[in-house]
Design a protein around this ligand. Structure first.
Ligand SMILES: Cc1cc2nc3c(=O)[nH]c(=O)nc-3n(C[C@H](O)[C@H](O)[C@H](O)COP(=O)(O)OP(=O)(O)OC[C@H]3O[C@@H](n4cnc5c(N)ncnc54)[C@H](O)[C@@H]3O)c2cc1C
Length: 371
């Protein structure tokens, strides 16, 4: 018997476990032999407020205090490093650029429009003739994702959470006052289950006889190419139509086609044509002349039908809590959504810090798919 079972050892499951562990016994079940093996280990690691759905933006803002001042003993070094984000547009993309600027203004992102010269000042290797304007968000920062995930592991373990690897959940049975969670190694009874299984979210719900949300895992490939120390201060550069992005990462550049290709839940591998197309587009927009790829990987960004997060108790299944649909914002929103789902499981009401940041649990509630 345990109070709470969390399914999934990515950033979502660990944040939920870290926030629940001070309030009861927690067992986290991860099917792989290591934590963060799937999407969490494959992100571009950026904190940027002007990105994602209406529900995720206040969660990003509400996560900022955790990033800037994590709990004592949870980290060995800073979780954030200065970066900045720069959306770029050619003359055909200006309408889109202004729409993103408006969204940023509404979200409190603190971004500013810059002209072509301003873009070139920030990233001198852009091709001048392809730039009409840009939108610069100086407060965007790099996240140390491994350290963040490890911070949640430390917080959960400090409060005696039991983290089990190689433990795939295979079935969930509804009990009078909770759930029986079955794995090949045995079963566990608990009062509440948190489904943080990423791309597998609907499959885990189906094991409990619960209707799917309609989650759609989407492939996105990233790769590293040789860079230069001189690029270190560049912001992340994002094409406004998401045709590509790149940012410095040490002496390399992390690049992506920013593609969204539907996939089954799986361990996806990069497709050479996606990498080649991204290189072609980045070379057309810059004078970088990329010719070599150092490493490459693909992850699944999983979206609900309205592309916002799904956080909360399923109205058809008491004690079954969803924590899925993080799409492309699941790292930067993780401190706040862990606190949110824990407050829902515990029934303690919305934490004041989340309310002050504008978090509205109705925006992300699973109820919106149950009408
Ligand atoms: C290329 C790329 C760039 C990205 N860039 C950013 C970014 O800059 N900023 C940002 O915030 N986000 C970014 N993201 C998104 C972010 O990585 C995800 O939103 C986040 O990692 C999702 O975390 P998760 O814990 O839900 O999923 P996962 O990390 O996939 O974890 C789910 C876990 O559940 C486990 N599981 C599944 N089924 C079972 C079962 N039956 N039993 C037990 N365990 C199970 C899986 O093995 C897995 O470990 C990016 C993603 C990609 C791919």
């Amino acid at each position: 018997m345990t109070d709470f079972v969390v399914v999934g050892g990515g950033i979502a499951g660990l944040s939920a476990a870290a926030h629940l562990a001070p309030h009861g016994s927690v067992t986290l079940l991860e099917m792989e032999q290591s934590l963060a093996f799937h999407t969490t280990g494959r992100s571009a690691a950026l904190f940027v407020v002007n990105y994602g759905g209406e529900g995720s933006r206040p969660l990003a803002l509400a996560s900022q205090p955790f990033f800037e001042s994590p709990p004592e003993g949870s980290v060995d070094a800073a979780l954030l490093a200065d970066r900045g984000a720069l959306w770029i547009a050619d003359h055909t993309q200006l309408e889109r650029l202004h729409a993103i600027a408006d969204e940023g203004h509404r979200s409190g992102a603190g971004s500013e429009l810059v002209d072509a010269d301003g873009v070139l000042d920030l990233v001198p290797r852009m091709r001048q003739e392809r730039i009409a304007a840009g939108l610069y968000e100086p407060s965007a920062r790099d996240i140390d994702v491994a350290a963040l995930h490890q911070a949640f592991v430390r917080m959960a373990r400090r409060d005696a959470a039991d983290i089990r690897l190689s433990s795939p959940v295979t079935h969930l049975t509804r009990l009078a006052n909770g759930w029986r969670v079955s794995t090949p190694n045995g079963s566990l009874d608990c009062s509440a289950v948190v489904n943080a299984s990423g791309a597998w979210g609907d499959l885990v719900a189906a094991m409990a006889g619960i209707r799917p949300i309609g989650l759609e895992p989407m492939r996105r490939t990233a790769f590293m190419v040789p860079g230069d120390r001189a690029f270190a201060d560049w912001p992340m550069v994002v094409d406004v139509d998401h045709n590509f992005y790149f940012r410095p990462d040490g002496v390399q550049l992390l690049c992506s086609l920013a593609e969204e290709t539907p996939s089954e839940p799986m361990d996806p591998r990069p497709a050479m044509e996606d990498v080649a197309l991204a290189i072609e587009r980045i070379n057309q927009a810059t004078t970088l002349d990329i010719r070599t790829v150092n490493s490459q990987w693909t992850g699944l960004r999983t979206f609900a039908p309205d592309r916002d997060l799904v956080i909360g108790e399923d109205p058809t299944a008491p004690g079954f809590f969803w924590l899925v649909g993080q799409g492309g914002t699941g790292i930067m929103t993780s401190p706040a959504y862990g606190a949110l789902v824990a407050s829902q499981v515990l029934g303690t009401g919305l934490p004041e810090a989340l309310a002050n940041a504008g978090v509205d649990p109705a925006t992300t509630a699973p109820d919106r798919f149950r009408v």
